[in-house]
Design a protein around this ligand. Structure first.
Ligand code: NDP
Length: 298
């Protein structure tokens, strides 16, 4: 059986970033507007630090105004809320992203409730989630938006395809399912209580894995010829005992890639996959937010 086509997500992400940079240049030259992104990081979670650094670097490279607010782990709810409100009122800022997860003592829902939905470039406020669920223009969470761009580039029209999304988080699983539904797929959302998950997955023309369990989805769970989008990013020790003893780790997805590529038609890699689209779509969302705030797009 032929090997799956490993999707070139890197090139698509570069294209999305280049388009965002082009729009930034146009907004500056034609309207005197420089889209601005503020990223807020509370605490010192190593993975979050990497993501936040990458977001800051890419937004600067696209010509945006970019701010990173690094707050100590013992920041109080009031201090964080005050910063969000300050950013809501700052005309230089069109996009606000509070990197999740927050330290346990902070209430994420309260923070999102305080955020101006027009600046919610992560699409996590109830306003944007509600707009998306109603099929109305919304700021769409970056990772789901990135998954859809990959799927459209790979498969074109998605109408009528059977899609299975494993995972129902507000950040990833649910919005992906909404977007697939809007694209006229027949959508199943699976989760930790789903009975006979392998059989459910085997039904999918499009299988989206957003679980957070390393290599959980096996090759024989995949329908021959399916397109597999692996959202998972999991850090695991190397199998090689020498590397493992040195404490070295590597990134793997939620799909057992080597098995899956023997069955699927298309598959996204980890690393070098959907994570790249997440950052690219953050830039695209910041441009969208800037345009809408200035009445340049519906
Ligand atoms: P969450 O932990 O919020 O959600 C995980 C989902 O998977 C839940 O709905 C859960 O079900 C389901 N699940 C857990 N175990 C099983 C199981 N054994 N069988 C079936 N379903 C299960 O994770 P996120 O959605 O935030 O993230 C998912 C993955 O995506 C993670 O690896 C994360 O690192 C990655 N990620 C990657 C991004 C990127 O840019 N590529 C961006 C964001 C996340 P239940 O609801 O029943 O508990």
């Amino acid at each position: 059986m032929p090997q799956a086509h490993t999707l070139d997500v890197k090139s698509l992400a570069e294209l999305v970033r280049a388009q965002a940079a082009g729009e930034v240049a146009m907004l500056k030259s034609e309207h005197g507007i420089q889209p601005g992104l503020a990223v807020v990081l509370v605490g010192e979670d190593p993975a979050s630090q990497v993501y936040v650094r990458s977001k800051g670097e890419h937004s600067l490279a696209a010509g945006m105004h970019s701010e990173t607010h690094r707050l100590p782990a013992d920041t109080t709810q009031d201090q964080l809320m005050a910063l969000v409100e300050q950013l809501n009122d700052d005309p230089k800022i069109h996009g606000i992203l509070v990197q999740m997860p927050l330290p346990k003592h902070l209430d994420e829902k309260m923070v999102l409730a305080a955020m101006d939905p027009n600046k919610d470039v992560d699409g996590l406020t109830v306003v944007n989630a509600g707009l998306l669920a109603s099929g109305m223009p919304a700021l769409i969470p970056c990772t789901p938006l990135g998954c859809m761009l990959v799927l459209r580039q790979t498969l074109g029209d998605l109408a009528g395809k059977r899609a299975v999304v494993v995972g129902r988080s507000v950040l990833v699983g649910r919005p992906i399912a909404q977007l697939l539904l809007q694209a006229d797929c027949t959508v199943t959302i699976a989760h930790s209580r789903t009975v006979d998950l392998p059989a459910v997955c085997r039904d999918a023309d499009i299988l989206v894995a957003a679980v957070g369990r390393p290599q959980m989805i096996k090759g024989d769970w995949i329908k021959p010829g399916a397109t597999v989008i692996d959202v998972g990013i999991n850090r695991v020790p190397f199998r090689d005992p020498v590397k493992a003893a040195e404490g070295r780790t590597k990134l793997v997805g939620d799909v057992a890639f080597k098995e899956a590529e023997k069955v699927a038609a298309n598959i996204t890699p980890v690393p070098g996959g959907i994570g790249l689209m997440t950052v690219a779509c953050l830039l695209a969302n910041t441009v969208t937010a800037a345009k809408r705030i200035h009445g340049l797009e519906g």
